[in-house]
Ligand binder design. Structure first.
Ligand code: HEM
Length: 327
């Protein structure tokens, strides 16, 4: 096994703050346009599938390099979970999309990643892809902006940015990303796809699937599939970390690289348990409403787990704008 390294570095471009402020304005516009149609909601991951209550247990006997921040000692915490479709629209589950699994660990203690007081929670925002579609935020923002403007605008944008052949290549890449088979929120692994700190180390996060019992009909109703499983018993998900070894194989500033597991194996550090619960009950619905209006954010974190890399720095500005836009 390759020894985890603390020699990681962030590289911040001089125009970054200005660019990120522009992205926030772009998403504010998209959000306002969509909220006029769907009502108040997030600029992305607008459709909440489920809002659930869980517990998160930090395991004992972790290796020294993992024992930082949330994982410094065995403990048990309350957790909120929001399952979502990634798009800007509230669309049918059958439609190809990115899926979100957001976890908010509550009741943590320690300075916050924003450097402005104690952490309110430790959040992990995960998607059903081991890596981000792009190295940085700029291409992502360009894609989302032009997707919402329609197929003509998207094609024009792709050709002007990547050339004719490049545009074809990009469309194939998007199709591969969006059409990646998805079996369900209980039977699929989820990933942070971008790094965070773990004390002096840098890591990426994976949530292992709770079950390998895939139900063919789940695609029509992801929430229904998940609730049916919860009625049969608790669901347990292992939370894992893989550690930075060097910039070449486990880059900080290129979120499109999936760190190879033979170089950076995953270590299980905790277990998220979702006990049996009735999401349709009165208590279940009021929890779901509280979760819908809550802010899940990679920067709602302990300083020991501050988000790293340009994609994460862009999210700090854009998420804040989206949260303001739905308050
Ligand atoms: C590694 C890359 C990324 C991952 C894993 C990711 C994951 C997520 C997840 C899971 C959510 C839903 C959170 C919830 O349920 O409340 C979310 C929301 C959102 N994401 Fe991302 N995202 C990524 C990159 C980006 C980028 C680059 C942007 C824009 C520059 C972006 C913009 C948004 C916005 C605007 C929201 C809604 C925030 C809110 O109103 O609370 N994301 N993302």
């Amino acid at each position: 096994m390759t020894i985890p390294s603390t020699e990681w570095k962030e590289r911040i471009a001089p125009d970054e703050a200005e660019r990120h402020a522009g992205y926030a304005r772009d998403f504010k516009q998209i959000q306002a346009q969509k909220s006029a149609k769907f009502g108040k909601g997030r600029a992305l991951h607008r459709k909440q599938q489920l809002g659930l209550l869980g517990t998160f247990e930090v395991l004992r006997g972790l290796p020294g390099h993992a024992r930082h921040g949330l994982f410094v000692a065995p403990a048990s915490y309350e957790a909120w979970v929001r399952l979502s479709n990634g798009g800007t629209d509230r669309q049918a589950d059958k439609k190809p999309d990115i899926r979100g699994f957001a976890i908010k660990i509550r009741g943590v203690n320690g300075p916050g990643a924003l450097g402005s007081g104690p952490a309110a929670s430790q959040d992990f925002l995960l998607i059903n892809h081991p890596a981000f579609t792009f190295a940085g935020a700029d291409e992502f923002v360009g894609l989302v902006k032009n997707l919402t403007r329609g197929p003509g605008a998207l094609l024009g944008y792709l050709v002007s940015r990547y050339g004719f052949l490049g545009a074809l290549g990009m469309m194939k890449r998007f199709a591969r990303t969006f059409n990646t088979p998805f079996t369900g929120f209980a039977t699929q692994p989820f990933y942070s796809a971008a790094p965070i700190a773990c004390g002096p180390y840098a890591v990426r996060v994976r949530l292992k699937a709770a079950s390998d019992d895939v139900k063919p009909g789940a695609a029509a109703d992801w929430a229904g599939d998940f609730c049916a499983r919860l009625e049969r018993g608790p669901l347990r998900f292992e939370l894992q970390l893989q550690f930075f070894v060097d910039e070449a194989r486990t880059p900080i500033e290129d979120a499109s690289v999936d760190w190879p597991e033979d170089v950076a194996p995953y270590v299980t550090v905790g277990v998220l348990t979702l006990a049996e619960q009735d999401a349709q009950s009165e208590a279940g619905e009021s929890l779901a409403a509280a979760i819908e209006s809550a802010a899940f954010d990679p920067w709602s974190a302990l300083m020991a787990h501050r988000p790293l890399g340009e994609v994460m720095r862009a999210r700090k500005v854009v998420y804040f704008e989206s949260q303001q836009g739905r308050r």
